[in-house]
Design a protein around this ligand. Structure first.
Ligand code: GLA
Length: 591
């Protein structure tokens, strides 16, 4: 059993005795009890009580034979990431002191000469509360870093106590890797747990199954290819959307198996029995209100059988690395979606997902990996919207391409350093030299506008007047209309070491992106592992042991897909026809 420490939701007696544990909102209002997660990450009082409870649980159940792992708190930061209380302000100042050492350095980093924001005493510094106009961007970015670190400190405090009291029992906490959870840096969190766990709720009315695949793939990247836990997903409807649709036929199994395909070795659901009272009584469960005589319960039982019998041998196998990777960097995500930028419409997650979908459409596997992973081991690396680029990262990226790697990046990349100061001399700043292009001015597009490219397809959201400045740069696509007509939209620079460095200055339409990715995979010598008729219609994910490969083939279309032509022994009893929402698992000896 993975036992939670039960510290996520403070009970009424605690907040009555200690109202100073309650968080304060951006506007200065108290976040009152009555729901859940109403605690300040930096409250010494809350920390003391949380550790008391953790200790009591560890002392009581530490020797229990079924205790397999600890689960710290629950979805840390789901509701209480940004706290503007006095505790938070004091802890923020302490965090800033240790980051900057002295006020001069902080003033420099925050650019406080602008708008008379110069600080002369640490006590003058506040969290970025609701203010008259745009907040100081570096203060705001630092507050996100600090808030992330404050929750990490809470995780470490509970974890380290558990390590002392129950040595040898692994500790995890459930991440929320999805397109809404932006402001946590899971790349850093992954180093703090013994195994990675994730919660994922598929939103078929938003990005759907490809986003599920993206989340599972990135979770595997965070886990460095090792198996991980799917701590929560839903059997059917959730209850926190305006309209909560049940899952259709086959989707419970599909959603679960797609996580397994990307490395999950445990598939758990929230919740066991559908509650009859409380805020989540209309959230689906393994045993619904209707009881065991229900489609949901039968599907859960059948999934249990498939996992226990058909797929038992898959447990422990690791992700078999693809040859292409997409680098995902949470801090760059934070930085490109703030106030006072050239466009409010930039969407980091969507940009990364669309690159992923281009690979899926071509039937080419791509791993999604955090920035601190060993992405140099991939032949082709896409780093979309890689916005925060300190000097050492610029060098690392250049070394990769100059050493024979195939690098791709996009508009609004290479733009700022760690302090959010712009790299001068023209965009894309830190990547200008390796890409061999220079941009004088951003030209974001109004909402809904797009620009045709001369090679077909279009760009929207953002354009740039790009000038080629380097040797060996080929223009792959140009703007076909408007003020930038004839200037480069996509470039590829051939480097002497056999590598390439490519750039796009716009958000490419699916057609244009597919053409670009096709060319890039050709340059990198990467082909599809799928037979031609399956490409795009089926996603391939591969897990492997030393001897065996497990091929997970998951449908991306509403039509049945004929799997003839794919070798291997079926493990899931799937017939040669993969139904819509189907997942087939095949075993093959490793070549
Ligand atoms: C989160 C929480 C659960 C539950 C589910 C509902 O993942 O961890 O407690 O509220 O959402 O979807």
């Amino acid at each position: 059993m993975d036992l939670a420490t039960a510290t996520a939701s403070p009970p009424p007696w605690l907040v009555t005795a200690h109202p100073e544990v309650l968080p304060v909102s951006h506007g200065g209002a108290t976040v009152w009890p009555g729901s859940r997660q109403h605690w300040r990450p930096t409250s010494p009082v809350f920390r003391e009580h949380a550790l008391r409870l953790t200790r009591a649980l560890a002392e009581r159940y530490g020797q229990h034979p079924v205790l397999a792992a600890w689960h710290v708190s629950n979805e840390l930061g789901c509701h209480n990431l940004f706290d503007h209380s006095d505790d938070a302000a004091a802890a923020f100042r302490a965090w800033l002191r240790s980051r900057y050492g002295d006020l001069d350095t902080l003033n420099q980093a925050w650019g406080t000469a602008f708008w008379s924001q110069h600080y002369t005493d640490w006590e003058q510094i506040l969290t970025p509360r609701a203010a008259a106009f745009i907040p100081n961007p570096t203060q705001d970015l630092d507050f996100t870093r600090f808030s992330n670190d404050a929750l990490l400190a809470h995780l470490r405090a509970e974890r380290d106590l558990l390590y002392r009291l129950t040595p040898g029992i692994p500790v995890t906490t459930n991440f929320m890797v999805n397109h809404h959870t932006r402001d946590l840096d899971y790349g850093a969190w992954a180093h703090e747990v013994d195994f990675v766990s994730n919660d994922h709720y598929v939103r078929l009315d938003e990005h759907g199954r490809d986003e599920l695949s993206f989340s599972a793939n990135l979770t595997s990247g965070l886990a460095q290819g090792r198996p991980w836990f799917l701590m929560e997903h839903s059997t059917s409807a959730v209850n926190w959307k305006p309209v909560n649709l049940p899952k259709g036929e086959g989707q419970l199994a599909r959603d679960s198996l797609l996580h397994v395909a990307h490395g999950a070795d445990a598939v758990c659901f929230f919740q066991w029995r559908q509650s009859r009272a409380g805020a989540e009584k209309y959230h689906s469960a393994m045993v619904p209100h209707a009881g065991p005589d229900s489609r949901v319960f039968r599907d859960v039982v059948e999934l249990g059988r498939v996992l226990r019998e058909d797929l038992a041998e898959v447990v422990g196998s690791r992700r078999s690395p693809a040859r292409a990777a997409i680098v995902f960097d949470h801090p760059s995500w934070w930085a490109v979606e703030r106030l006072s930028l050239p466009s409010d419409e930039v969407d980091y997650h969507r940009e990364a997902l669309e690159w992923y979908q281009a690979f899926l459409d071509l039937g080419v596997r791509a791993d999604i990996v955090p920035l601190d992973a060993d992405w140099e081991s991939y032949d082709l690396v896409v780093a979309p919207l890689l916005h925060i680029v300190p000097g050492h990262l610029a060098d690392r990226v250049a070394r990769y391409a100059e050493g024979g790697g195939h690098l791709v990046t996009t508009y609004f990349s290479g733009t700022v350093d760690t302090d959010d100061h712009v790299h001068p001399g023209g965009y894309p700043g830190a990547f200008r030299d390796v890409l061999g292009v220079r941009v004088e001015e951003f030209s974001p597009l109004p909402c809904g506008a797009s620009v045709a490219l001369d090679t077909g397809g279009s760009g929207d959201l953002w354009t740039e007047h790009t000038t080629v400045i380097g040797e060996g740069v080929e223009t792959l696509a140009r703007y076909g209309e408007g003020p930038l007509r004839g200037t480069p939209a996509c470039t590829l620079r051939r480097l002497p070491g056999g590598g390439t460095a490519s750039y796009t200055s716009t958000r490419l339409s699916a057609e244009a992106r597919e053409r670009f990715v096709r060319r890039l995979t050709e340059e990198a010598g990467i082909g599809s592992e799928l037979p031609e008729p399956l490409r795009g219609r089926v996603e391939l994910a591969v897990r492997a042991t030393e001897e065996t490969e497990y091929w997970f083939l998951s449908s991306r279309t509403g039509e049945p897909v004929d799997l003839a032509g794919v070798g291997g022994t079926p493990l899931t009893g799937a017939a040669a026809l993969l139904p819509p929402d189907g997942v087939a698992v095949l075993r093959a000896e490793r070549p």
